[in-house]
Write a protein that binds this ligand. Structure first.
Ligand code: F0G
Length: 367
């Protein structure tokens, strides 16, 4: 059956054959040894999806790909960092981990900690975490502490907790987090065969942009790519301390994942911008929602609002992208995490309360 065999071959993604997580795949680039007890949910190897509609919208031969990191086990890029942070915590004999989170870190910390037989404590800003993320933290068995205050306040508390009590901090201040997250840059290069010209990415605490840059630089140094990307970081206009150059006391945006006024990795991010010749810009909630809907309708890709900031930013700065460039937009989290925003802002056609008969249905359909 040669035809069947060749079709089967077509549907197989070579990079996921025997894939058992990014520590196994990229271990030689990571601070792990045979003694490290690897806590993994087979994270990584997420798809780099071509974005034909977006490429066409930009024109001038610009090719856009989407790094869909919402395909990770808990639905966000945080799993890349958490497999490392939790494995190293376990290696050090930790019994519990703690983080502050706008939602995704808490979901990942909960899943990996429990998988590794540890307790997980997560502090979240009460009322500002998308429903799916809260559901995950609870289901994975974390202790969820919702504080009256924003993410920045919660991070201050967990830093003090980790200083004073025997509990491991797994926010991106934990250096193993960024080590794990840098593997996304390796995957982009492995798949594209080069680094992109532009890498567009949303920024909150600016851990991920720093991790990507570390990954690109390491691969470049080892001769795996000849070029390095310009790192383009985007923040929501109401929470844009890195763009404004000063802390935002009351951050505000519909993209709750990046509702952060005092980024923990501020210095690192500024260095990334300088070294890469990149740029930071703010995008409004309206621009974020436009990009979010565009990705859903035109590309068939459902990401969360914070992730769409990378595409909103690209569209905003489109005039500066040189003709023929390769661009990668990082989609950091899965759209299903935030069903309420999708339902409220999809602009989709919902016809409710219909009589259950053919005539009614046909009429609504325009026949
Ligand atoms: N996109 C999503 C979906 C996020 O959840 C986050 C951060 C970011 C982008 C920004 O990444 O902080 O490395 O610049 N979420 C954290 C959390 C703060 O608690 O889940 P960053």
């Amino acid at each position: 059956m040669p035809l069947l065999r060749s079709v089967r071959g077509l549907f197989k993604r070579p990079t996921t054959q025997n894939w058992s997580g990014l520590i196994h795949a990229y271990g030689r680039w990571l601070p792990v040894s045979e003694r490290t007890p690897v806590v993994s949910l087979c994270e990584g190897a997420t798809p780099l999806v071509p974005a034909p509609a977006l490429s066409q919208r930009l024109g001038r031969g610009i090719q856009v790909h989407l790094k869909v990191d919402g395909h990770n086990p808990t639905g966000s890029f945080k799993d890349r960092g958490m497999t490392m942070a939790v494995s190293k915590a376990k290696e050090a004999g930790a019994e519990a981990v703690i983080c502050a989170s706008t939602g995704n870190t808490s979901a990942a910390a909960a899943a990996y900690a429990r998988r590794g037989g540890m307790r997980a404590f997560v502090l979240i800003p009460d009322g500002y975490v998308a429903q799916g993320k809260l559901a995950q933290a609870l289901l994975y068995g974390a202790e969820v502490l919702a504080v009256r205050g924003n993410f920045d306040r919660a991070l201050t508390i967990v830093r003090e907790m980790a200083d004073q009590y025997p509990i491991t901090l797994v926010n991106s201040l934990n250096p193993f987090r960024l080590q794990g997250q840098k593997t996304a840059a390796f995957e982009v290069v492995d798949e594209l065969g080069c680094a992109p010209d532009w890498l567009c990415i949303p920024m909150g605490n600016a851990g991920n942009i720093s991790a990507y840059w570390m990954g690109f630089k390491e691969y470049h140094q080892a001769g795996h790519c000849r070029n390095l990307p310009r790192m383009m970081g985007f923040q929501a206009a109401g929470s844009a301390p890195l763009v404004n150059g000063s802390t935002v006391e009351q951050p505000d945006t519909i993209a709750t994942a990046i509702r952060i006024g005092n980024p923990a990795n501020r210095e690192k991010a500024l260095k990334v911008r300088e070294e890469s010749g990149g740029g930071f810009a703010a995008v409004t909630d309206e621009e974020i929602l436009d990009a979010y809907r565009f990705l859903g309708r035109e590309e068939g890709v459902f990401c969360e609002p914070a992730s769409a900031a990378s595409v909103a930013g690209l569209l905003k700065r489109a005039d500066e992208v040189p003709a023929g460039s390769k661009v990668v937009c990082v989609l950091t989290g899965n759209g299903l995490k935030d069903p309420n925003t999708a339902i409220d802002h999809s602009g989709g056609a919902f016809h409710g309360d219909l009589n259950p008969d053919l005539e009614t249905v046909a009429k609504v359909m325009g026949f």
